[in-house]
Each structure stands twice: as C-alpha cells, then as structure tokens.
Write a protein that binds this ligand. Structure first.
Ligand SMILES: [Zn+2]
Length: 479
C-alpha cells in the first residue's frame, strides 16, 4: 500500500470516528417487588441463645427485591428478613434468578437483615462451618421465593432516576463490647477476657466501649422520572432491636422501618418497595449501657427506632439530587480465608467438657454448648469459599461481607473506597460468624470466642483488601 493511500485511509477512519456522536449514557430502569418468606409455625426461632418454636406471626417475613438495568448490565439486590442465610441458599437462589431472568449470578446481592425472630436458613444449627450444604425444605423455599421476587421486580422495570443520600441517626446505636474494670469469666476453663459483650446496663465496672458505632444511614433511591418512588434501599448499622412477643415471628425494626417509609409515600401501583439492609453491626446494638432504659411493652422500642430513622431518611430524601443514568457493574469473589484453627489444647478441653456435660442441665450449660460448637468447628470444611461482592450503581458503591461485621470495618470501607458514596452490607451470600478486626482478639469477648468467631484472625483485613481491589476495578471501568 502506498503512503498516500494509507494517509487517505487514516483521514477517512478518523473522520468516521469523529462523525460518531459520543455514546450517550442510556436511561436507567428500575423495578422492585417483595416475596413472602414467612415459615410455617412450629419451626424453631433461632434469634435467642437456644431455639424455641414459633407460635405466632406478628408480621410477615419478606424478601425485598430491587432490579436495575442500565441498557447493558442488570443488577439485582435482595434483602431477606432472616437472621442470615447459608452460602448454598444464595448459590441456589442466584442459579434460579439467572435461569429465570438472565441476570448473571455474580450480579445479584442477597443478604439477611439479622432479625432475631425468624427461623433458620443457616443450615445445620446453630453453626455448620460448611461452605456447601444440602438445602432443607425452608432453605429451598427461601431460594425459590427470592428468585420469584427478583423475577417480579424484573417484570416491573421502568425508566428511573437514581439518587444517593445519607442521614445521621447516632442516638439508637451503642457499641455493645465494653472494656471492664475486672477480668471477665468465659466458658473456656482458665481463660479471662478484658472485654465483655452486653455487660449489665449501668454496671459500675464499665470503663469504655471497645469500638465505634457508624451513625450514618446510607440510602439509594429510585423514582420514576415523573417523581413517584420505585424503591429505597437503605443500610444502617444496628444489630436488631428485639422486644417481640413470646414465640413471635417478626421482621423486627427492619420491617417496621420499611412500612414507616412506605406510609410516608402516596399509594401507587406498582407499589413502592422500601428495603433496609444491615450495614456493619456485629458489635453495635440498641442497649444504652451507660444510662439504662426502663423495660417497655413488646414492639414499643423497635417502633420508636424504626419511625425515627424513617423520618430522618424521608427528610434527607427531599434534598437528594437525581440522575437519569448510572452505569452498573459488579464483581464477586469467593476468598479462601481459613476457618479458625482449633488448637490441640482447645480440642482436648472441648472433648473433655462435652463428655462430662451430660444430663438435662449440664448439657445446656455455656461450657457444654461451646464445647459442642468447638468440636463442630474442628470438623469444618477445608475451604470457606467466603463470598465478597462489590456493586457499582453509577457513582455509588456497595460492598458486602458474609459475616457479622464490626462497625469499624464498615467505617474503614467508607473511608478507603475509591467511591465517595460507599457503604457495606453484611450477612450477604452466607453466614460465617462474627468477624472482629485483629485488635479485638487481644481483648476477647463473646464475638472473639472460638465457634462464635469461625474465621482466621486476619479475615477482616483480607476481606477489606479484596473489597477495595474490586471497588478500584469497578472505578477504572467507569473511565
Ligand atoms: Zn448477631
């Protein structure tokens, strides 16, 4: 080819590219729906230390589902009224979703709220320490209903605008881990802790909380261009509130918050769906330890929290600035973080304690319960396959963990994420116990005990590294 011809082709090609209008971001679409996942009565409720059968449905348990479509990529976000869900439930639900709707499994976020008034979708109780499990009837039902909810949300996809916002609600949050004046007894013979979980409210032994709280409610709102809300996904770092009636099934404050926000909107069809995910609340609850509160009738305190947080988010929503486009993206990984090792001395203690603790009283003692849990942890599967995920909704970034994650981890992600509008959702795609940050293991306390904590000490560091790496990849995709 001669030089003149090459130049001519060069000019023509450059011209062709120049003539092409810059790719306009496509109109975002969103749809939302709920699916009922209330179990039959008579199955065991698992929020308490020992399970007991459900005798009354106070309010229905739901899977609250949101589907987003930017014209190229689809995402689904589901929050279930469950204490948590086994990894295999998420795997099965996402398999069904991909089959039914074409949304890739890696683009679907499924988490539990951590209501303590639900039956188990966790697998072998109380803690299985297995990455894969055969689904029981209820788990199969939950997976099916989650997929149905996403399919219904997908049926309702319509043009949408998106906004991000935050509201501050520090007054309902208390770090529940306290440094104490005196060493604290544990179920493990000869071991004393420096930190106590849920110490007596008003106790003279309280020194200071062993960690922060995260007072910021983050939310993502979707509305029709005409202005009616489609969905509102929020995340607040509060373990749960509790105070339900005996034997009651309830979505706790998470469900009440959603109803409160929904009540503040005009009724419409398709109905607006509010969603409250658990942020990072492994060490934060609603008990005022310094200044004890008088006991209240059932549901009073959770209504107070739910309605107050809903009012704050509703007010913040008025200031939101809306966008028509939001390029979507997702990254999903399963990390080979190790299960926590059971040292030979601990194993010997567990075997000895389990053998000695027979009879109706001794077998239910704290040491006996922990001995059994430790023995189960020692049988853990070889790989954890700990799932982590990051979703990008335009300039908004949502990361997930599969543990009861401490608030300091959530705060760290918000600070270090390459996206200014970032937050974490815990208890997604699996239940792998509490995940204290490394410093907490020196202090001890319930969340650090073997079997309550099921992952290696560096788990929070490894998860954070993976989350930030995936967030960076998604940020780079935007350019
Ligand atoms: Zn918990």
């Amino acid at each position: 080819m001669n030089r003149a011809l090459m130049l001519l082709i060069g000019v023509l090609t450059a011209g062709a590219f120049a003539a092409e209008p810059p790719a306009r971001p496509k109109q975002l679409r969103a749809g939302a729906a709920t699916a009922n996942i209330t179990p039959p009565l008579g199955q065991d409720i698992i929020g308490g230390f020992l399970p007991f059968p459900g005798t009354h449905v106070h309010d229905e348990l739901l899977a609250r589902c949101l589907v987003l479509d930017d014209g190229n990529t689809q995402l689904a976000i589901v929050v279930c009224d469950l204490l948590g869900l086994h990894r295999s439930v998420s795997v099965e639900a996402r398999r069904l979703i991909e089959k039914d709707t074409g949304i890739p499994a890696a683009h679907v976020l499924i988490s539990g709220t951590h209501t303590h008034s639900a039956v188990s979708a966790l697998g072998e109780m109380p803690r299985g320490y297995q990455s894969d499990t055969e689904l029981d009837d209820y788990q199969r039902f939950v997976a099916r209903r989650v997929a149905d909810g996403v399919r219904s949300a997908s049926n309702l996809l319509r043009p949408a605008q998106i906004a991000f916002g935050t509201a501050e609600a520090p007054e309902h949050l208390f770090n529940r881990r306290w440094h104490m004046r005196e060493p604290v007894a544990t179920p493990f013979t000869g071991r004393l802790d420096k930190v106590k979980m849920n110490p007596g409210a008003g106790s003279a032994d309280l020194v200071e909380p062993a960690g922060p709280t995260d007072p910021t409610v983050s939310f993502v709102a979707l509305r029709e261009p005409a202005g009616r809300l489609i969905a509102l996904l929020s995340a607040y770092s509060l373990h749960y509130v509790g105070g339900v009636g005996a034997g009651h099934i309830s979505a706790d404050y998470f469900g009440m918050y959603c109803k409160a926000i929904e009540k503040l909107q005009p009724e419409n069809d398709p109905p607006f769906v509010a969603i409250m995910a658990n942020g990072t609340s492994g060490d934060v609850n609603n008990i005022n330890f310094r200044t004890p509160r008088p006991a209240q009738p059932p549901y009073a305190q959770m209504r107070h929290v739910a309605e107050d947080v809903a009012a704050k988010v509703h007010a913040a929503l008025k200031k939101a600035s809306w966008k028509d486009a939001a390029p979507l993206g997702a990254r999903y990984r399963e990390l080979d973080i190790a299960w926590r090792k059971v040292e030979p001395e601990l194993l010997a203690w567990a075997k000895d304690t389990a053998t000695k603790s027979t009879g109706p009283v001794a077998s239910k003692s704290l040491p006996a319960i922990y001995a059994k849990r430790v023995l189960r942890l020692a049988q853990a599967s070889t790989k954890t396959k700990a799932p982590v995920q990051v979703l990008r909704l335009g300039e908004i970034c949502i990361g997930t963990t599969c543990t009861e994650t401490f608030s300091e981890t959530g705060l760290e992600f918000k600070k270090r994420s390459p996206f200014a509008q970032s937050f974490l959702v815990e208890l997604a795609h699996g239940y792998y116990g509490y995940m204290p940050t490394p410093r907490h293991f020196e202090w001890g306390g319930y969340e650090t005990w073997p079997a309550t904590n099921a992952l290696e000490r560096e788990a929070s560091v490894k998860m954070m590294d993976a989350l930030l790496e995936m967030a960076k990849e998604l940020k780079a995709d935007l350019k």
